[in-house]
Design a protein around this ligand. Structure first.
Ligand SMILES: [Zn+2]
Length: 111
């Protein structure tokens, strides 16, 4: 069994908003990219959530997110996309939205 290190999670409230900011200055955001990403083990997230529930009446759900390394970053807009929806023209990565017309007209590269 591989060790489950580095499980990245965000915390979401009952309105679907994500916890953002930093300790003692928490805010909530609807933008996942602004959410504070925690390490489930190192940040003792299950204990923290329990403390927030008990002391502050905050009901937060723990949402695991995929590790950033699994994504390719578009060289144009900077969006992260899954590798299977990323195109590489030999120099740059493009997401689906930024894919230049001439690249889509080229024959598909089987690799
Ligand atoms: Zn893009």
């Amino acid at each position: 069994m591989p060790e489950r290190l580095g499980i990245h999670v965000v915390l979401r409230d009952g309105y679907g908003r994500y916890l953002a900011g930093q300790r003692d200055m928490w805010t909530f955001t609807e933008d996942l990219s602004q959410a504070k990403v925690f390490d489930f083990i190192r940040d003792h997230i299950s204990e923290q959530v329990e403390i927030l529930r008990r002391d502050h009446g905050l009901e937060l759900s723990i949402v695991s997110i995929d590790p950033v390394e699994r994504y390719e970053v578009c060289d144009f807009c900077g969006h992260r996309t899954m590798p299977y929806s990323t195109y590489f023209d030999g120099k740059n990565y493009f997401c689906r939205d930024c894919l230049p017309a001439q690249a889509s007209a080229m024959p598909a590269n089987p690799s």
